[in-house]
Design a protein around this ligand. Structure first.
Ligand code: G3P
Length: 210
């Protein structure tokens, strides 16, 4: 089980590293575009800001050649830490297979169907990344449950990394549904320990010593 930060912000990466329970980072082209016009140079800075654990880098360009080039350049920055994150299109799945053959670890993202998860398994992807909140908004079904059942049936090494998580209950539900790992924005990660009864218990303890 691993909890990752879903952000390309250097400030978020630095803050997440201090939380003590965040094991890696996922980025995507939209998150990257908020931070930089030079995504690969920015990835190098993220690797410095968050010094341990995997960082999933999704190419910001979408032709086969551009994705291939960016994925290989990103992986070369830190072969043990960078995972090429590719959208679950036919073209990108073929690229994932090719990168995997060359020793570059891949994850398949924006995954909504068990058939896409099957191909993540077949191409040896480290992670399959279903978008939970987006699936709910589009009535796309129980994405994590279906993919978990399929990967379990296959005794797959591919893990589920649930993404598009907007609340703490969604994070927990994704894990109960069968997700191995989760990635969420910093504010969601910070909300994980929050509970009003814990806060009132802490106030009560403190009152004894005032
Ligand atoms: O980074 C993947 C995922 O979190 C994007 O989904 O709904 O947060 O835009 P969303």
């Amino acid at each position: 089980m691993a909890i990752l930060l879903d952000s390309a912000s250097l400030a978020d990466a630095t803050a997440a590293a201090k939380l003590g329970f965040v094991r890696g980072i996922t980025t995507n082209p939209a998150l990257m575009a908020r931070e930089t016009k030079e995504p690969l140079a920015h990835l190098a800075r993220l690797l410095e800001a968050f010094t341990d654990g995997p960082i999933c880098y999704q190419p910001t360009r979408s032709t086969y050649e551009e994705m291939d080039d960016q994925a290989r350049t990103a992986a070369a920055l830190a072969p043990d830490r960078v995972i090429a994150k590719l959208p679950a299109t036919a073209e990108a799945i073929t690229l994932a297979a090719e990168l995997r053959r060359d020793g570059i670890r891949c994850a398949l993202t924006a995954v909504y169907s068990p058939a896409q998860a099957l191909l993540a398994h077949e191409t040896g992807c480290v992670w399959v990344i279903p978008y939970v909140d987006r699936a709910a908004r589009h009535s796309a079904g129980a994405v994590v449950v279906e993919q978990a059942a399929l990967l379990e049936q296959l005794d797959s090494q591919t893990r589920i990394l649930a993404a598009s998580l907007k609340t703490a209950p969604q994070v927990v539900e994704a894990i109960l549904d069968g997700s191995h790992d989760v990635t969420a924005p910093l504010e969601v990660l910070r909300s994980l320990p929050a509970h009003p009864l814990t806060e009132s218990a802490v106030r009560e303890f403190a009152a004894h010593w005032e």
